[in-house]
Ligand binder design. Structure first.
Ligand code: KG4
Ligand code: ZN
Length: 342
């Protein structure tokens, strides 16, 4: 019996990573990510520099993804690209490139919502993959978003709660900046936290209703705490870096876990997934594994390569849309703001 092979090329360029991936029937053949080092010295992503770097990277990154997949571009069945949300100048590079290539190859074009893609990365098929059953709740935690989403089907999603100000990734990155660490600081806080005492310092947790989040007060609290202590001891950060990182991380992860517990109580759903860049964090991963062991949740934790921005998540979402024959028109435009339900 022969099975048809469906090859989808995914292209991601919403922020500061240029990425391309080829998947075949839901399995990843290649997933190339070019990070943009240029932003680290500015303490955050500079939109103008990001779009310029995407322009430089997009052709070689796509070529490498096709080559590594061991196929010819004429084997592709469709091209999926990130339509939004993201930085307009960055989105335009991927959108224009995807359109031109799809037209040149005369194959369908599929627009993908970046936030849906973070969640749908859980549907990538691998030997040891654990695919969430519907309905499940996904906590999407990234540099731009913090959302609790009820997923009833691949494209049937409902936002249960979200941040009213900063995203959790920003809380990590801004805290890191206060400590003098380079951008993006989230992974560094995680690294130092592993050797520190999470109970060394306490920070006030925000009080926001129900299933919503707030991180701007925490950021200010951390800033004042550091300023106060540095005034008394100029070497405070250096002498306590590991404990400060562990305490910040512990506070953030406690906030996330509290909200997840509220969600389970409210919805009765115990299938819990995490997605987005911050889902790479070792403590949130550990806490979810413990919840599976001790309180009966069934947890879905993405592989590291599918947590931060990557094109494999765009390609799998494209594949799921391809199976539904949901294509984009040639006049589709990038959208900087796009809800997960759009
Ligand atoms: O999903 P992503 O790559 O981009 C957005 O769509 O925003 O997420 C990037 C965010 C950054 O804020 C980065 O600091 C954070 O994910 N991040 C982490 C870790 N790895 C990445 N935060 C905490 N711990 C980590 N290990
Ligand atoms: Zn993202």
């Amino acid at each position: 019996m022969s099975t048809t092979k469906t090859y989808i090329l995914g292209i991601e360029s919403s922020c500061d990573d240029t990425s391309a991936s080829v998947i075949c029937n839901g399995r990843v053949l290649s997933n190339i990510v070019a990070n943009q080092e240029v932003h680290s010295k500015y303490g955050g992503v500079v939109p103008e520099l990001a779009s310029r770097a995407h322009q430089q990277n997009i052709v070689p990154v796509v070529q490498q993804a096709i080559e590594q997949a061991g196929i010819d571009k004429r084997d592709l069945n469709a091209i999926a690209f990130t339509r939004g949300p993201g930085l307009m100048g960055s989105l335009l590079v991927g959108t224009s490139f995807a359109k031109s290539l799809a037209m040149g190859l005369d194959i369908p074009l599929i627009d993908v919502n970046h936030m849906q893609a973070h969640i749908l990365a859980h549907f990538i098929i691998e030997e040891d993959s654990k695919i969430p059953p519907f309905p499940f709740v996904c906590l999407t935690i990234s540099g731009g978003h913090t959302q609790l989403v009820k997923v009833s089907n691949h494209f049937d999603m409902e936002v249960l709660g979200e941040t009213i100000d900063d995203a959790v990734g920003e809380a990590f990155d801004k805290s890191a900046k206060i400590l003098g660490l380079p951008y993006p600081g989230g992974p560094l806080i995680d690294k130092y936290a592993q050797q520190g005492n999470p109970k060394a310092f306490t920070f006030t947790k925000p009080k926001v209703g129900d299933l919503d989040f707030s991180f701007s007060g925490l950021k200010t609290g951390i800033l004042y705490f550091i300023q106060r202590n540095v005034k008394e001891n100029p070497n405070f950060i250096k002498e306590n870096l590991l404990d400060i990182c562990a305490s910040i991380q512990h506070t953030i992860v406690e906030i996330l876990m509290d909200k997840l517990k509220n969600t389970v109580k409210k919805t009765g759903i115990t299938n819990i997934a995490i997605a987005g860049g911050v889902s790479a964090n070792s403590e949130i991963r550990k806490r979810l594994q413990l919840a599976e062991k001790h309180i009966g949740w069934i947890t879905f934790i993405p592989k590291f390569q599918y947590t931060t921005d990557n094109a494999a998540m765009i390609a799998i979402t494209g594949y799921l849309k391809y199976l539904n024959n949901t294509y984009a028109d040639v006049d589709v435009t990038a959208k900087a703001r796009l809800k997960v339900t759009e």
